[in-house]
Ligand binder design. Sequence first.
Ligand code: ZN
Length: 163
Amino acid sequence: MSQTIAAGKVVHIHYTLTNDDGEVLDSSAGGHPLAYLHGYGNIVPGLEEGLEGASTGDQRQVDVAPEKGYGELQGDGPQAVRRSEFPKDMDLREGMPVRAEDGQGNAVVLWITKVEGAWVHVDINHPLAGQTLHFDVEVTEVRDATDVEIAHGHVHGPGGHHH
Ligand code: ZN
């Protein structure tokens, strides 16, 4: 009997993500499907909600508003930080997340928006914050998660974690 997508299921999907202009931002086409554990916050909330109840072979188009995706844009825009503030051997590239501390010593994630000579520009917004996301999804497999996968909150094996 075919399984439907619900919390605690391991789901394999092929997907193409486009923005409002129809530009492809990300796609699993030509590679392995993405495997994730449903209901554990491994993918954006809006996509998780949009796939609820689907089963193997289903195709769905899911539109995700910023608040159910990578959030609304916040803050005053990117800030420039000296390259020398980062570890010397660290590979710094546009779009990469870096861990930092805010003024109160709390851990925060910043996103690199630009690397320019001695300066690295970082922003609190995910690169896809503020954007409506359009996912074109095909469900290729749905199975029960193992107890260990549930305990870890992520998928093991093909398309998931190896450890
Ligand atoms: Zn694990």
